[in-house]
Design a binder for this molecule. Structure first.
Ligand SMILES: Cc1ncc(C[n+]2csc(CCOP(=O)(O)OP(=O)(O)O)c2C)c(N)n1
Ligand SMILES: [Mg+2]
Length: 789
């Protein structure tokens, strides 16, 4: 065992007794709120409601120690998803959660199963739910806290907190944890605690025995301080008695599954098992023979993760460490509940009879289940006096834990390259525009100062290089660019300094999205607004998709630029072809997705992105770009239409029988087909779609408004209004055709949607456009087919 020397005072007995009462109270409240959601609230649909009484019981002591003694208001915490009810109970005791919401656990509008920033409100620092992500995001949030402090973006006087994850042990099976560990090590992230509820159980089973030795070593290799808290003080005292070493060795060697089974079976089983092996040891007999079955069971399960005083002392002692610290706290899943230790207890719920017995043990009278001091040896005044001594009980802000930061002004137009008559790609225009912003001149200065860029090892190939040359790479320590110092030619000048504004990541896309998520919450976490821009190859959005959805679920605000995309990546090999990403853009909530074809559209959208990601009712933004250089038109655009998702490149005549719609870099094929089409069918229209996502979202919103009796017409309805009813509509994009197929439902148009629905050929664009039916000929065929009906 690895105990730090106690630098902080140990918790005194009186305080410990009072906190012990809080610990029991949290066990009661978390169990009861789950019980009442399942057994008392009427069930209208026959579905299992669920909840995790065993997962909560496992972590109650850890969370009592943290929230009621160790944490400070400015600390930012990710709570393991299945401890949601304990988290709500803590807030209830602190007067930050209502009884209504507690009774509404898992009901519409009630407390969420897993703590949720957007639904539970201002007390939640990080949402959790998808295991592993909540743990890992604390690494990137800590990095971003370093960033905003080193850049002087935080208002003076803002308290700095620690970044803490309370993790389930099975969360460490998720690969994203190790990706984050590596990245955290590279960036020298220190202000970080991971507290692992090591109950050696996941959902299905008991975890293998030797696993944690490995994992502990891994943390150490990554520069972490590891504090393993295995045995509680009563067991430690027993080990110190004659023969106690034998008992310790026996428990140390006891396989996790046997330990769990004996925990479930109780004292008599423990006695039989210990005596079978150690019955001849007089010392061991002296330790256990005097104990009742109940007392023996309590001793054998006296693990450190349930020894409140021991936990508090260790957390207090670690407070000064200048390393990230991992606490491995041994626990029993379901501790104190009838299914403690049973391998199937993950979703286990106490029966009504078990709850009645539990209620009696907890000293809770029927009808008083929610009373604040019920079952406590404290009256209201004594509880309030106790809370007054608890650092975390001081509210961070009157409205909750979320901070705010002023809006960064975005100029009415961003500098964009002259485009008319040139051949340009959206990716290169994006790179040029960002580099121009990077000059930080005039009214661009605030915008430039708040942008932070990041990329998982594709900085140069996504055209961020010129921006990085101007603004530098971020590192807590200044590191020279060796190539530059040696005067070796390179287009990239990558000195690293604390002032740098680009965070270079290794190739791990989940880390990209966790970083964007953390940076995109900086206004709320640090009171310093960042405008994060992350670039990635479009197909590899899939690689980080859960973390992307997780960032959006938390309402993080960032700009994702995915490029190259679609078939323009095919020469790299067919596996790099991205097909489904436009559909992800349509279907991901709190993410406004666009695919401009031309530079002028991109200029509008990039400006919009920096504005939209700061608006209270805004969201994260995604731009899907391309390296295909296409001819740029000379025209003036209706910015609102571009932002709403589409504009007529050639408006249709009223009553037109056909229109052609394109999205992204297939514009030249669509334009060529249109030139032939309009010769045959005068009055046909050519529609430039900049965002099927925005068009679709607007269409659904208008339908909802009309259902609510309000007048509404969506942008896509207005766009398609001039067409004859039942007109033909041929659509084309370098992405899955279902992205557009729904357009037929807007006004009953007969849609022929074009786009690759197959995957994986390499080749050049002429071959691939032909193979996937995106070339001019295929578009004209589709027009003929559509006109014929
Ligand atoms: C990404 C993901 N996969 C699967 C699940 C389903 N799931 C919920 S909890 C759990 C096991 C959790 O075990 P552990 O982290 O040890 O928590 P505890 O034992 O404290 O309940 C699983 C697989 C999930 N929530 N997220
Ligand atoms: Mg577990």
């Amino acid at each position: 065992m690895d105990l730090p020397a106690l630098a902080a005072p140990a918790v005194d007995a009186e305080r410990l007794a009072a906190l012990g009462a809080i610990e029991r109270k949290l066990l009661w409240l978390s169990s009861w709120m789950i019980h009442q959601a399942n057994h008392i609230r009427p069930n209208r649909d026959g579905l299992k409601v669920g909840g995790h009484q065993a997962s909560c019981a496992s972590v109650v002591s850890i969370m009592t120690a943290l929230y009621f003694d160790v944490l400070h208001p400015a600390d930012r915490v990710a709570v393991k998803p299945h401890a949601g009810p304990v988290f709500h109970a803590i807030n209830y005791l602190l007067g930050r959660q209502t009884r209504d919401k507690m009774e509404g656990l898992r009901a519409f509008g009630g407390a969420q199963s897993y703590p949720s920033r957007s639904k539970d409100g201002g007390e939640v620092d990080f949402s959790t739910g998808s295991v592993g992500l909540g743990v890992a995001i604390t690494t990137f949030a800590s990095l971003m806290a370093d960033y905003v402090h080193l850049h002087g973006l935080v208002p003076e006087g803002t308290q700095r907190g620690r970044y803490v994850a309370i993790a389930g042990d099975a969360e460490l099976d998720e690969g994203n944890i190790y990706e984050a560990l590596l990245e955290g090590w590279k960036h020298d992230v220190r202000n970080l605690w991971w507290v692992i509820d090591y109950n050696r159980q996941s959902l299905d089973s008991v975890v293998p025995d030797r696993l944690f030795g490995r994992i502990e070593g891994l943390f150490r290799d990554m520069g972490w301080n590891v504090v393993t808290m295995k045995y509680g003080r009563r067991l430690q005292a027993a080990f110190d008695r004659p023969g106690g070493e034998g008992l310790r060795a026996w428990i140390d060697d006891c396989p996790n599954s046997l330990y769990s089974a004996l925990t479930f079976q109780g004292g008599a089983a423990w006695r039989a098992a210990v005596l079978a092996d150690l019955g001849r040891s007089r010392g061991v007999r002296a330790i256990i023979d005097t104990l009742s079955d109940e007392a023996l069971a309590a001793l054998m399960t006296n693990l450190a993760g349930h020894d409140l005083g021991y936990l508090i002392d260790n957390f207090r002692a670690a407070t000064a460490s200048d390393q990230p610290t991992c606490f491995i706290a041994y626990t029993v899943k379901g501790m104190g509940l009838p299914f403690a230790g049973h391998k199937d207890n993950h979703a286990g719920l106490m029966t009504k009879e078990q709850m009645e017995a539990f209620r009696a043990v907890m000293g809770i009278r029927p009808g008083h289940e929610w009373d604040r001091t019920e079952g406590l040896p404290l009256d209201e005044a004594a509880l309030d006096r106790l809370l007054a001594t608890i650092p975390f009980a001081t509210p961070l802000t009157p409205g909750g834990r979320a901070l705010t930061a002023p809006i960064v002004p975005v100029p009415a137009a961003l500098p964009a390259p002259r485009s008319a008559g040139r051949k340009l790609s959206t990716q290169s225009v994006f790179g040029d525009m960002l580099a121009e912003i990077g000059r930080g001149q005039g009214e661009l200065a605030p915008l430039a100062a708040h942008i932070v860029t990041t990329s998982p090892d594709v900085t140069v190939s996504t055209s961020l290089g010129p921006w990085v040359n101007r603004r530098g790479v971020f590192d807590r320590h200044t590191r020279n660019d060796v190539f530059r110092d040696a005067k070796l030619a390179s287009a990239q000048r990558w000195g690293m300094t604390p002032e740098g504004q680009h965070v270079e990541l290794g190739i791990a896309e989940q880390n990209l999205f966790l970083l964007l998520g953390a940076a995109g919450l900086s206004h709320a976490l640090n009171g310093a607004r960042l405008l994060p821009v992350g670039t990635v190859y479009d197909p590899f959005v899939n690689r980080g998709l859960d973390a992307l959805i997780y960032a959006c679920y938390q309402d993080a605000r960032f700009l994702l630029v995915s490029t190259p995309s679609g078939l323009t990546l095919a020469p790299e090999g067919g596996q790099h072809q991205s097909v489904n990403t436009p559909l992800i853009g349509i279907s991901t909530d709190r993410l406004a997705s666009f695919e401009p074809a031309h530079a002028d559209e991109l200029a509008i959208l990039l400006r919009h992105a920096f504005d939209w990601m700061q608006r209270p009712d805004g969201s994260a933004v995604w731009l899907r770009l391309s390296t295909r250089q296409i001819a740029q038109p000379a025209r003036s655009l209706d910015a609102e239409a571009v932002i709403a998702g589409g504009h007529w490149a050639v408006p249709p005549a009223p009553g037109a029988r056909i229109a052609l719609a394109y999205q992204g870099p297939v514009a030249p094929e669509a334009e060529a087909a249109f030139a032939e089409l309009v010769a045959e069918v005068p009055g046909a229209g050519l529609l430039a779609i900049t965002s099927p996502d925005r068009l679709h979202a607007g269409w659904l919103a208008a339908a909802r408004a009309r259902r609510d009796g309000r007048d509404a017409q969506s942008h896509v309805e207005r766009l398609l209004a001039p067409l004859a009813s039942g007109a033909a509509l041929v659509t084309v994009l370098d992405g899955h055709p279902a992205s557009h197929a729904w357009l037929g439902a807007v006004r009953g148009s007969r849609v022929v949607p074009l786009g690759p629905d197959r995957f994986g050929q390499s080749g050049d664009l002429p071959d691939l456009y032909r193979a996937y039916g995106l070339d001019t000929e295929a578009i004209l065929d589709a027009c003929a087919q559509a006109l014929l009906g």
